[in-house]
Design a protein around this ligand. Structure first.
Ligand SMILES: Cc1cc2nc3c(=O)[nH]c(=O)nc-3n(C[C@H](O)[C@H](O)[C@H](O)COP(=O)(O)OP(=O)(O)OC[C@H]3O[C@@H](n4cnc5c(N)ncnc54)[C@H](O)[C@@H]3O)c2cc1C
Length: 408
């Protein structure tokens, strides 16, 4: 039987759920508080939209129960996503690490083809409609806008996103709606965000990019360990190695804002301690009269060596032949383990994804339907699932949106 389906949120998940519900002949009304649909999609992948990834496993997903994601994604995986968008007319290109983008290099193309399909399916799109309240009154859902207009439907899909980049519209309203209908929320925290570091070193080295291994410690315990590009910024650290590590850091700080965390940078991750010793020793022996400060030229970015020597309390002016072996050992240890205290993560305005959200134990992974309230569905970032960077979060939005819309 055809149902009247109300969808709150015109982002990736909401649009996908609207298309799949309408393709199943339901009457769909899509509510979006912004003037336009898909505002966040436009800023994804630096405006190019990395919409999925060829290499997909459930290990790319996180949350209290990450396997929930695999059950959902197996119903609408990356291959189905590619086919879906190609059928809508989007031409895709694959880049490094399996990441897929529109060939136009414009996220706008993704929004355009989705909007075209929504229109073709006759979906009613109500923009500038910010939903204030959701209720279940007997068998019907009633949603009320800030303009105090009430809309009734047989099914409700909450696709309001998480809390990151609130200017795009995702301000966490969905958590309040879910709670008002009896659902539990796993405390959200920002993921994929730069670090604020309590040290002037970052400011001095700002702009330097290097491949490094970054370990994060809480006390003696290593809570993350990644190797990738590292960037020094005026207030701390950024780039992929930091964004990858930020989930664990954010999680700890979300539970205990006073937690003491430090990171250790290995500027030469591809070398063992012995190999690095041999490399440096050879340079010292070949150029015994060269200042130790100049021995690192061509080996590390120019500004990094003074920072390392300052940390090791070694005068960069001393001649290489005067350097004791144990001092060389100390330098090597610092090149491989340069410690900095983490002050904080940059938070909701700078984070890309939200971890936490609607507790998946109260959602059926086959349908994305609430186990507590019949005909209530959730999809996208509002749910307690987050993915790695590389197109995995949008894949989650497409998969969960498709499953929610097609199972009504
Ligand atoms: C800078 C940045 C770059 C990113 N790059 C990538 C990338 O390249 N690849 C990738 O996979 N992921 C990327 N992501 C993550 C990805 O954008 C999100 O995971 C995805 O867009 C979530 O989709 P969603 O539909 O669940 O939520 P959203 O896209 O946030 O959509 C939710 C919608 O609901 C609307 N809404 C909220 N509350 C209400 C209300 N009360 N009434 C009416 N409407 C409401 C909002 O206005 C919004 O339009 C990036 C994120 C950011 C911030």
């Amino acid at each position: 039987m055809e149902k009247k389906v109300l969808i709150i949120g015109g982002g990736a998940a909401g649009m996908m759920s609207a298309i799949s519900a309408a393709r199943n002949n339901h009457e769909v009304i899509l509510f979006e508080k912004n003037e336009e649909l898909g505002k966040k999609i436009l800023i994804t992948g630096n405006g190019r939209c990395n919409l999925t990834n060829k290499n997909l496993t459930w290990e790319n997903y996180h949350g209290s129960f990450p396997k929930f994601a695999s059950s959902v994604i197996s119903q609408f995986d990356n291959e189905k996503t590619i086919q879906f968008f190609e059928e809508l007319g989007l031409v895709l290109v694959e880049e490094d690490q399996g990441r897929l983008f529109p060939r136009s290099q414009q996220a706008q193309s993704v929004v355009d083809v989705l909007k075209q399909e929504l229109e073709q399916l006759g979906i009613q799109i109500l923009t500038r409609k910010k939903i204030r309240r959701v209720e279940k009154i007997e068998q019907q859902f009633c949603i009320t806008t800030y303009q105090k207009k009430k809309h009734f439907g047989d099914a409700l899909i909450i696709a309001t996103g998480g809390r990151t980049y609130p200017k795009t519209g995702s301000t966490g309203d969905g958590y309040r709606f879910a709670e008002s209908l009896g659902h539990k929320i796993i405390k959200p925290f920002p993921v994929s965000t730069p670090f604020r570091i309590k040290s002037v070193v970052c400011n001095k080295l700002q702009g330097i990019k290097i491949i490094a291994r970054l370990k994060v410690y809480q006390g003696e315990k290593i809570i993350s360990d990644n190797t990738d590009e590292l960037l020094f910024t005026h207030i701390g650290l950024s780039a992929p190695v930091v964004l990858k590590s930020s989930r664990e850091v954010s999680k700890v700080l979300c539970l205990n804002p006073e937690a003491e965390l430090k990171c250790s940078i290995n500027f030469f991750p591809e070398y063992s301690q012995e190999d690095l010793y041999k490399l440096l020793k050879k340079r010292l022996v070949n150029n015994p009269d060269r200042n130790i400060g100049n021995q690192f030229l061509g080996m590390l970015p120019k500004k990094v060596a003074p920072a390392i020597l300052r940390y090791s309390r070694i005068n960069p002016e001393i001649k290489s032949k005067q350097l004791a072996n144990r001092t060389l050992d100390r330098i090597i240890k610092i090149i491989m383990n340069y410690e900095l205290p983490i002050d904080d993560v940059l938070g909701w305005d700078m984070a890309q994804f939200t971890a936490g959200g609607v507790d998946v134990r109260e959602i059926d992974s086959k349908t994305m339907e609430s186990k507590l309230v019949p005909n209530l569905h959730f999809c996208g970032e509002v749910v307690d699932i987050d993915g790695d960077s590389g197109g995995y979060n949008l894949q989650w939005a497409w998969s969960s949106g498709f499953v929610a819309g097609s199972s009504i």
